[in-house]
Design a protein around this ligand. Sequence first.
Ligand code: FAD
Length: 501
Amino acid sequence: GLPDFSPAVVIGTGYGAAATALRLGEAGIPTVMLEMGQLWDTPTADGSVFSPMLSPDKRSMWLKERSEMPLASFLWIDINTNIERYAGVLDRVHYGDMSVYLGRGVGGGSLVNGAMAVTPRRSYFEEILPDVDADEMYGTYFPRANAALGVNEIDRDWFEDCDSYRYARLSRKHAEKAGYRTAFVPSVYDFDYMRREEAGEVPRSALDSEVIFGNNHGKRSLDKTYLAAALGTGNVTIKTLQEVRDIRRSADGTYRLTVRELDETGGTVARREMGARHLFLGAGSIGSTELLLRARDTGTLPGLGEEIGQGWGPNGNVMLGRANHAWDLTGTLQSGMPALGIDAWDDPDNPVFAEIAPMPAGVELWVSLYLAITKNPARGHFTYDAASDSAKLHWTAEQGQASIDAAKVHFDRINGVNNTVYRHDLFGDTRAFENRFTYHPLGGAVLGEATDLYGRVKGYDNLYVIDGALVPGSTGVNPFVTITALAERNVDRILAEDIRS
Ligand code: FAD
């Protein structure tokens, strides 16, 4: 069940939510976190918590009858499989020309993501959020977030010798031949654990192809870092399979939530109400935006403004594959956690940061795969659809074209110098570039627009957005460090000015 009231309620358990809850708990504020997904800590009959990556079972996906891998096909063969409908860990939400991958469960995206923990370039951070004090961010909050997340760096000597990153060294060789530089990417996957995986000393996870359906070992997901610390304060509790549906305001100024309790197949167990004095929305770019839009357009929070639902972007995500020559082997062992990127962000016309992604199938595929992050100024927006009682994202394929064009400039050059070609068999049809999905949904309740400069929602007191919805569509690198550091900054201010006083 749920308590009838809590001084603070945090919706979601992803990055923004976890950082906020820890600091509220440390300050002695009783805090309830409401998470629609499950807690992932109990092994099932096969001895593991999460589904195997290459033969997905019901644990892999959120309420789907078929797995939905980002690579839809190989040699045009559909690689997805039928599964049982279940409250699994990875969701893919479809909106016309764009679909969004999301983590569901205690830890949100940290359960399914690639663990790349990248602090954005300061000059770009200043460009996207010019009114946020960058000295304070880079002096205090990015270091605080990196420390609490458990970010670590790969041992460079091991990288050069290991089998696990042969695929990354091959891509580096091809990139350097074309005049590009590469950069190592910090991670919240424990690189020392990975080294012991390769040495055969511990059970394999990243080296057993695990990534998007959860890691059974090695990853410092939020349930092991921020959320464990939050629970350790004794002031924070987490309620699972609780989906917040509606938010309204009582006459006394507190918030009332309608919460749907789900069973493991998505059915409704109960609908309950719960109250909060301070309400923090950490349901992610998609989830928090939807809650606010529904509240505005159904009239439960009519004072919300036009900025809600605006300023959304996919962080310029584009995926592509290159075909390698027969003599250029990526290796059959590929770490599921990327550790290197091709850094062309300084290119004034086509800034691109392309992570060198694994294709961990356990056999040599002669493919180099990339997830490029590009700087695309196009933005989508959401509207509330009353018929389905949900938010609809408006984003067209044309809006994503600039991202493909930018990635193509660089990979054409890399292919040209190395005499290689694109793969056309990976994304369901014959396209070489896939930009119809994103791992990095950002925006919808942008900092300084839908909220003030600390995430306080305009038009209401004691109502906050604390997650990726604050980031204006792009951060130039993988986003979770940015989201976490902004949450650290904002909760500091909110505690000082709105709660302690
Ligand atoms: P989320 O982490 O999305 O958390 C939101 C939580 O709220 C979820 O647990 C959700 O179930 C819950 N929720 C939603 N709606 C409700 C509701 N109504 N009621 C109750 N609970 C609700 N980023 C990186 O920086 N590095 C990477 O390597 C990386 N790789 C990725 C790989 C994949 C496959 C994916 C999907 C993402 C990846 N990302 C990566 C992106 C990163 O995970 C997200 O940017 C990040 O998780 C967003 O954090 P957040 O706090 O905004 O919300």
